[in-house]
Design a protein around this ligand. Structure first.
Ligand code: ATP
Ligand code: MG
Length: 413
């Protein structure tokens, strides 16, 4: 039997499985304030979908896709990102536009695993399909920040850039090509390939030497066409007006082919737990993707947040377990304990009762292992006085509570 999980995958053991669910629920709450509805797509699609959207020269398509041929000879891929599947579903099902959708689920990329970088990882994503205004861009950036605030991850800035459109990019590419040709000797081998296939992708390079050289390269956001320039200025103005902490980063171009105009990344500031995997999410406009898929010309924008990286940043911050552990010391107390168990659950207080043959010490040990906050002890003394002994395990305190007051006392905690 194989007793270890595949490389690059994780088990979310307690309490992280609960923490993951808590973060997902906070996300649901925040995005529903902005009118988003949940969409659940398949975790695999026709490989062609990603070839035609994510892009033939991107890292995702060239190196990271989990592709396979099924028993019916279909070429399929485990989804490396959410957007193509969402757009496919919107078009295929002729959803009315504009539409605001969100998704939560696993993504798969064959990468070199390290802290914050896995082969199966989870994303929280949103897509707004059919809205073109710069205000929408800022609205969803603000929504992302609101979500991060909500989960107490507020040491964060947004890096913003504009990556232009098919009108401004070809002219810019010629300019960039000239610069890169002059520096060809000094850039890394991967970048030499990028120069040939898709020069703008060089800005994605993580090699320090390359990054230094590209500081002096021409930047797309300095070479936008009239409409893109107007859009970008409006976005920056609105970000300022809404006092969203952002930084203009002209080197940021994002790793997907379909992005147009606004591109952004959420990056933790201060001492990040993440080390070099510093972005917890990113997104941008993709005003041509719907048309590329054969749909009508439709502007769109979205983002995806990395749930695994968010959980690393949070550590134990959100774990709160209000489990009550009932310990009954004899047969009569056990009967009373079982009734109390029902009463607590009916009052929506999570509770467990210990197995009858455990002694008090062993039972307290179990409560500790389960990270219970409270223990209720019922013995002959308590039965006689019609009280419960309530122990707070975190504060190491205890008090006697009249039996008929226990729900009230625990509900207030
Ligand atoms: P990176 O530059 O770190 O590789 P990316 O640009 O490939 O990120 P996106 O495709 O924009 O990432 O995905 C959005 C978010 O999903 C990222 O900001 C990150 O938090 C998360 N993410 C991406 N790839 C992984 C991975 N392999 N493991 C864990 N989280 C990931
Ligand atoms: Mg990546």
């Amino acid at each position: 039997m194989i007793l270890s999980n595949p490389k690059g995958t994780q088990d979310f053991l307690p309490p992280y499985g609960d923490q993951k669910a808590l973060v997902e629920n906070e996300f649901r709450k925040v995005v529903s304030l902005y009118g988003f509805s949940e969409i659940v797509n398949p975790t695999f699609e026709h490989t062609e979908l990603y070839l035609r959207s994510t892009g033939l020269t991107t890292d995702i398509v060239t190196k990271q896709m989990y592709t396979f041929t099924d028993k019916g000879n279909r070429e399929l891929a485990l989804r490396p990102e959410g957007t193509p599947g969402v757009v496919r579903a919107v078009l295929q099902n002729k959803l009315k536009l504009p539409v605001r959708l969100f998704y939560i689920g696993p993504m798969f990329r064959y990468e070199r695993p390290q802290k914050g970088r896995y082969r199966e990882f989870f994303q929280l994503g949103v897509e707004v399909i059919g809205e073109s205004e710069p205000e929408t861009d800022v609205e969803i950036i603000e929504m992302g920040m609101r979500f991060f605030n909500q989960i107490n991850l507020s040491d964060l800035i947004v890096k913003v850039n504009s990556v232009g459109c098919p009108i401004c990019r070809p002219k810019f590419r010629v300019q960039l090509r000239l610069f890169l040709d002059k520096n060809l000797e000094q850039i890394c081998d991967d970048c030499k390939i990028r120069v040939e296939q898709n020069p703008m992708r060089v800005f994605d390079c993580k090699v320090e030497k390359c990054k230094e050289i590209y500081h002096d390269a021409p930047k797309i956001s300095d070479n936008l066409c009239y409409d893109c320039q107007n859009h970008f200025q409006a976005v920056l103005k609105e970000l300022n007006e809404r006092k969203i902490p952002f930084e203009l980063d002209k080197m940021m171009v994002r790793g997907l082919d379909y992005y147009t105009r606004t591109a952004f990344e959420f990056v933790p500031t201060g001492s990040s737990e993440l080390g070099s995997q510093d972005s917890v999410g990113g997104g941008g406009r993709y005003d041509n993707l719907v048309e590329d898929f054969g749909g009508p010309k439709t502007p769109a924008i979205g983002f995806a947040l990395g749930l695994d990286r968010i959980l690393i940043c949070l550590g134990n911050a959100l774990t709160s377990r209000k489990l009550v552990y009932i310990i009954a010391l004899d047969a009569q107390a056990l009967k009373q304990g079982r009734q109390l168990l029902d009463t607590l659950r009916n009052a929506e207080i999570p509770a467990l009762i210990n197995p009858p043959d455990k002694n008090l010490r062993a039972a307290l040990g179990i409560a500790d292992n389960l990270s219970c906050e409270y223990v209720i002890i019922i013995g002959a003394n308590e039965m006689q006085k019609k009280v419960y002994t309530l122990k707070n395990l975190t504060q190491r305190s205890q008090q006697e509570i009249p039996q008929d007051k226990i729900v009230e006392v625990l509900s207030k905690k």
